[in-house]
Design a protein around this ligand. Structure first.
Ligand code: TMP
Length: 212
């Protein structure tokens, strides 16, 4: 009998420039120090095919329908090849963005709305949701200041402020609707303050896991 306990699925979200990427490796290190086996990955991407789709998504002009379907095409591959096998094997998965990003960016930023994304979500991962999502939230002015202007901006980073206002609004609405899963992180705080908050929540997740 397979008594392996499923791993936890943790995601990080936020508008471009919110600063979440600074914390991804740190989060993995924190879990590893606590004896958790972790797979660290990202969306769009996470597989050889997914990384090719990422390059298209970030740099190739395309219709909104194509963009949304490609996000989910990459996700389907990622789930089957990386996320689900790892979770089944008891490993924890830390993923830089997941379906909340599609609701926020394509649904909100690009104004596709919720319905069609919800259909794709039910198709691609009807039973799986992240166990915990950290939403790095900053006012738009701060996010835009933090964007790395030393490199060429991708298709999303080049969007106007109104796009990011809509994206952020969807993220915040989702955090309100799902307060147990989505933890808002005030990302205007210092790196240390942010990590203090996340560590407390991590400790809780690790302890709960050990008790179940
Ligand atoms: P990153 O900058 O966090 O690596 O993400 C790449 C870009 O892709 C970012 O601007 C957000 C965007 N994106 C979407 O628009 N929809 C999605 O579903 C995902 C996963 C990312």
């Amino acid at each position: 009998m397979n008594t392996q306990q499923r791993g936890l699925f943790l995601t990080l979200e936020g508008v471009d420039g919110a600063g979440k990427s600074t914390h991804v490796q740190w989060l993995v290190d924190q879990l590893t120090e606590r004896g958790v086996q972790v797979v660290c990955t990202r969306e769009p991407g996470g597989t050889a095919l997914g990384e090719k789709l990422r390059a298209l998504l970030l740099h190739e002009p395309m219709s909104l329908e194509c963009e949304t379907l490609l996000m989910f095409a990459a996700r389907a591959e990622h789930l089957q090849a990386v996320i689900e096998p790892a979770l089944r094997a008891g490993q924890w998965v830390v993923c830089d963005r997941f379906t909340d990003a599609t609701f926020a960016y394509q649904g909100g930023g690009r104004e596709l709305g919720v319905e069609r994304i919800a259909v794709l979500e039910r198709w691609v991962h009807p039973a799986l949701q992240p166990d915990c999502t950290w939403l790095f939230d900053v006012p738009l002015a701060v996010a835009r200041e933090r964007l790395d202007r030393t490199r060429e901006q991708d298709r999303f980073e080049q969007e106007a402020a109104a796009f990011f206002e809509r994206t952020r609004a969807v993220y915040l609405a989702r955090a309100q609707q799902e307060p147990l899963r989505i933890q808002r992180v005030d990302a205007t705080q210092s790196v240390d303050q942010i990590r203090q908050q996340i560590v407390l929540q991590l400790e809780q997740l690790v302890t709960e896991r050990r008790l179940t």
